[in-house]
Design a protein. Sequence first.
Length: 68
Amino acid sequence: MEKSAVITVKRLVKHPIYGKYIKRTTKLHIHDEKNICRIGDLIEIKQCRPLSKKKSWTLVRVVEQKVF
């Protein structure tokens, strides 16, 4: 997929009965116009109009690059 990336958004959800916090992840398809995202980067995204069937988020900036 050119000009696209798949990212995971991690969040904590409180269980309604037991009160324990559970880790949940959501996969999002984003539009990366200049192909600057790399694996492990911390990025900022924003919601936009639907660009394809699964893509409705766009890359704003790379906050922190992963150094290998």
